[in-house]
Design a protein around this ligand. Structure first.
Ligand code: SF4
Length: 839
């Protein structure tokens, strides 16, 4: 080895280095592997207990830490390799080094002579051991070592062993060749990062002037990254927040403060905004290799295979062509989903898996929240690696608060169990005991669900209900029509889900081929997630809920009321995080939902003012009408008449946000009977609108006819509440009917009770604040650029109450109106002022 003292070092784990030896084969996951998690700890203990039996008389070393380095004269880097080998046995001055792996199912599925990657791992450890002082300390003189793989069955403790004897010279050759391969294949990346750092440390901001607040935002983002802190930023539309987080994050990366940046968004449109900001920065001289990750279902090139990786031709020989595809994109800066899809098609590689493999060479990843926070699909290998320094930039962070509740919740429906049963019943081995056992376990769960639905049914007699209440009282029962919830998991459920999963696992291990296996597997994953939530997450923030659905079906859920602890654990102490959004009001609400440690850590918060002129937006709180559920039908005619007058007063385009689809229908029916003003066109959002319908709806706004008004009916909280950008004359008015309160459901009521007990602010947490956030989101559709102008009309008498007055953003100058004429007069004078200033 050469002198490495002057060289820049790259660290790599033995396990990761060994993975490079898998340069053949496909994506189907082996049914054996390393030991991890609680099961692994137990198995390691068991192996440690058994080791003296396997090596009688030997001195045993367990979990032995080893490290070493590699350098080559042609490469300007030195590779530092580290890891812990499972077991070393020393007997009669001879060493056996053992890698222990676990497996389930039949031994016939194990690779005949051991897995290539496991051999590579063991051989690397053996080489590192030879380089350490272990040999001299233990007085070993032999120039050879026995390397072994031990596969221990998780089902029955059966042990399968493989052994080979190597000289240290052979091991050195192996180690050098795999390290050189690693450095060679990663040179492009290493050189890119070097160049990137040089360029990006010098590149300047893409605009000559900073917008109001951008300087503060960039300073705080830099500080958060440097100090690995959490930062919350409320930055209204137009403050240039995307560039104001990306620019300092890329600068910090150039100065070595983080390795990777994850830009997280809830929607595709937000991903496009980030891609456009990166394009601007590249024009300014930034070198940024960025990838946008699109969901698997949109990246699948062979949907007919239902992701059966043993059959899909884009998966079966994946590793054989992967390197060529990676090389083709090695110099590309913007790795966009459509291009990756085309690359996958060209090389016959699964486009989704290819995007994940390309990600390793990128400086910045644009993706959905799920990949970072959702325990089902989180990239744990990367994100939980303590050596990995990264930054999370969470755009539209108000969405994460609600979404995190569903990420850490689980649901199983009775119809899924029926489907699973029907698939398995068609497997052509009816007498197989493992199939019978699975079917019995499914039926056990079905019986339990049936007992719930029987008690919840409208037809249930009082005696059935009373017996049910009595049985579940001790679990903290909440019981209403068609719904039941407890604060604990009922003991029968706690035992029958793991039993079913265990039986399913055994069945799936032995039966690798049967019709609709992947569909059954999807249901199995839902059941596993359910068990995972029950065992790893379920705490005092959870309820177990059962709801009767239409057609006699039942849904069983483990719902978290407060995901903040679990969410915070995903990033706390691991990365810096910037949560930013145009609407993070009230701050205390969002901070408490997104950062469970806020009381101790006191994260930085930054609130920017809108850079747009207040005079170009008129906000009216119209309090003549109540839109409370009980009053809606009484006040609808008056509200509809008011709106028809406003939209006819002056040609323009209006989005009307109704409190629900039912209200929207009633509104539509009411105005149908009216004489619609000559200049007015009306369009209506259908429920379950698809992407094409959405585009058509928006196109009506961007191509509206001059001197006519357009009224687009939609629903608060639906897909037009955020993520749409109607600039200039495309939108001149936003009308919101009601305060956006979420629907009254038993789950909401329990949520209210939970926060009432926790903070005394139950109603605000469950209703007022999430509702008002939708209102501010809807209002935020109006002003998208300095040239935009228009009116925001909020209709509900609650808007003039102090609790709402406190919530209004400081840069909203509210005009309170309680009668039609004063409202119309104010709108008229607003437009006169606008016209006079634009002459
Ligand atoms: S191409 Fe589709 S079916 Fe094939 S492995 Fe990829 S996601 Fe699965």
């Amino acid at each position: 080895m050469d002198d490495t003292s002057e060289l820049f070092s790259i660290s790599i784990a033995v396990r990761e280095l060994a993975e490079l030896s898998r340069r053949e084969g496909g994506l189907s996951s082996p049914y054996y592997g390393g030991i991890s998690g609680p099961e692994g700890i137990a198995l390691h203990r068991e192996y440690a207990r058994l080791a003296p039996e396997f090596f009688p008389g030997a001195e045993i070393f367990l979990e032995y830490g080893l490290s070493g380095s590699y350098a080559h004269s042609t490469l300007p880097y030195n590779l530092q390799v580290k890891g812990r080998c499972d077991t070393i046995a020393v007997e009669n001055k001879e060493i056996t080094l053992i890698e222990v792996k676990s497996f389930r199912g039949s031994t016939r599925f194990l690779p005949k002579n051991g897995d290539t990657v496991h051999w590579a791992q063991a051989k690397i450890y053996a080489y590192l051991l030879g380089q350490s002082n272990f040999l001299t300390t233990n007085d070993i003189t032999s120039d050879k070592i026995t390397v072994a793989l031990h596969y221990l069955s998780l089902d029955n403790g059966e042990l399968i062993t493989h052994e080979q004897r190597y000289s240290y010279t052979d091991l050195k050759q192996f180690f050098f060749s795999i390290c050189k391969y690693y450095l060679d294949t990663r040179m492009a990346l290493i050189l890119h990062r070097e160049r990137r750092n040089k360029h990006n440390s010098k590149a300047s901001f893409p605009f000559p002037d900073l917008r109001l607040g951008q300087h503060d935002m960039m300073r705080e983002v830099t500080a958060a990254i440097r100090d690995k802190q959490v930062l919350f930023v409320s930055a209204p539309t137009g403050s240039g927040k995307t560039i104001a987080v990306l620019y300092p994050a890329l600068k910090a990366q150039a100065y070595g403060l983080n390795e990777n940046i994850y830009y997280l968004t809830p929607s595709r449109s937000q991903r496009t905004v980030a891609e456009e900001a990166l394009a601007l920065l590249r024009q300014q001289g930034f070198l940024i290799r960025a990838i946008t990750i699109r969901a698997k279902q949109s990246m699948c090139a062979q949907p007919k295979y239902f992701c059966d990786k043993n059959k899909c031709p884009y998966a079966t020989t994946y590793f054989e062509r992967l390197e060529d595809a990676l090389t083709e994109f090695s110099h590309k800066q913007d790795l966009l989903p459509d291009d990756i899809f085309a690359l996958g098609k060209k090389y016959h590689l699964c486009p989704y898996e290819l995007s994940i493999d390309l990600m390793d060479s990128c400086d910045l990843v644009i993706c959905d929240y799920n990949y970072i926070f959702d325990p089902r699909i989180r990239w744990s290998d990367k994100l939980d690696d303590s050596k990995h320094r990264y930054t999370l930039l969470v755009d539209e962070a108000h969405n994460l608060a609600e979404r995190s509740r569903s990420m850490f919740s689980a649901i199983i429906e009775s119809k899924q169990l029926e489907q699973l049963k029907s698939i398995l019943q068609q497997v052509t081995v009816p007498d197989d005991p493992s199939l019978k056992e699975v079917l019995v376990a499914i039926e056990e769960l079905e019986t339990l669900l049936n007992s719930y639905s029987k008690a919840l049914s409208n037809d249930a007699g009082d005696d059935v209900k009373e017996a049910f209440v009595k049985e579940h009282q001790s679990l903290g029962l909440f019981f209403t029509n068609n719904f039941y919830a407890t604060r604990k998991i009922p003991p029968r459920l706690q035992s029958c889900i793991p039993r079913l999963n265990f039986k399913l696992q055994q069945f799936f291990e032995y039966f690798r081929e049967f019709p609709q296996r992947e569909k059954a597997n999807t249901i199995r994953f839902d059941l596993l997630h359910f068990q995972n939530i029950a065992e790893e997450y379920y705490d005092e923030t959870y309820i177990t809920a059962v709801r009767c659905l239409t057609g006699g079906k039942t849904a069983l859920s483990l719902l978290t009321l407060d995901a903040s602890q679990h969410l915070t654990k995903t990033y706390y102490g691991k990365s810096s995080v910037v949560f930013f959004s145009a609407t993070l009001e009230p701050f205390s609400y969002f901070v408490s939902l997104l950062d469970a440690n806020f009381k101790i850590d006191k994260p930085e918060v930054l609130k920017l003012s809108s850079p747009f002129s207040k005079e170009r937006r008129l906000v009216i709180a119209y309090d003549e009408y109540s839109v409370r559920y009980r009053d809606r039908m009484i006040t609808l005619p008056g509200i509809a008449d008011l709106i028809l007058e406003i939209v006819s007063q002056k040609p323009g385009n209006f989005l009307l946000f109704c409190p629900s689809f039912a209200y929207l229908q009633q509104f539509k029916n009411y105005i149908k009977q009216k004489e619609i003003p000559e200049i007015l066109d009306i369009i209506v959002q259908p429920a379950g609108m698809n992407e094409q319908q959405k585009e058509e709806y928006l196109r009506r706004f961007t191509s509206a006819v001059k001197d006519r008004s357009l009224l687009g009916l939609t629903v608060l909280g639906s897909l037009f509440t955020e993520g749409i950008d109607l600039k200039g004359d495309a939108l001149t008015g936003v009308i919101v009917i009601g305060t956006g309160l979420p629907a009254l459901t038993p789950e909401r009521e329990i949520l209210r009770q939970y926060y009432q007990a926790k903070s005394g602010l139950g109603y605000q947490y469950a209703y007022t604040w999430p509702g008002f956030n939708r209102v501010t989101q809807a209002a935020g559709r109006l002003i998208r650029s300095p040239e935009d102008c228009g009116i925001v009309l909020l209709i509900d008498d609650r808007y003039s109450k102090p609790e709402y007055q406190q919530l209004f953003p400081k840069d909203w100058d509210i005009f309170y109106a309680d009668d039609k004429q004063s409202c119309l007069d104010r709108i008229h004078s607003f437009w006169s002022d606008i016209e006079s200033t634009s002459i």
